[in-house]
Design a protein around this ligand. Structure first.
Ligand code: S3P
Length: 170
């Protein structure tokens, strides 16, 4: 399907999939700004993601995440690195699809994601292996709605950026 796309790329995927790292490199390669949603949220609240979850809970986090997403989606051009849960909220999927950008899912097997997330302090939703596995399974159907899927397994962030650029959708 050919349709007009805004110069707006959303990177999505589970925590640990490399959205921020790939986003930084992709934005540099394109000469576009990077909007890292978690960073925007932390700056807006003056708190870390972990502190926001601890102080105010996940429902509040999802509210401010949605507001940050709506604001970020006005930008063009931009690479937007989403949080792991952003694209797993139906209202956010609608907002992103209506924004007219392109969605790219950084896909990675859960075993690899798990080893990357273990020991990281700023991931409040990484509690234990069982919860992680369940969350991953719940989110897959949403991630599969992305316009493009790029595998990150065994590949450097630079190689992932090359794959995205070779899709030539903009
Ligand atoms: C979350 C992932 C985090 C952050 C928050 C919630 C999630 O982002 O937005 O902790 O629901 O999976 P990363 O995917 O960048 O870790």
């Amino acid at each position: 399907m050919i349709r007009h796309r805004r110069k707006l790329i959303y990177l999505l995927g589970f925590m640990g999939s490399g959205k921020s790292t790939v986003g930084t490199l992709l934005a540099t390669a394109l000469g576009w700004p990077l909007i890292d949603l978690d960073t925007v949220i932390e700056a807006g609240q003056g708190l870390s993601i972990r502190e926001i979850f601890e102080n105010s809970g996940e429902a509040f986090f999802r509210q401010i995440e949605r507001a940050a997403l709506a604001e970020a989606s006005k930008a063009e051009p931009a690479v937007i690195a989403l949080g792991g849960g952003t694209f797993a909220q139906p209202a956010n999927v609608d907002l992103i699809q209506a924004a007219g950008g392109t969605t790219v899912w950084l896909d990675c097997p859960p075993e690899i994601l798990r080893t990357r997330c273990e020991g990281l302090e700023n991931r409040p939703l990484f509690r234990d292996v069982q919860a992680f596995t369940q969350l991953f399974a719940e989110r897959l159907p949403y991630y599969r709605l992305a316009d493009y899927r790029v595998s990150t397994e065994g590949r450097t962030p630079e190689e992932v950026v090359e794959s995205i650029l070779s899709l030539r959708f903009f």
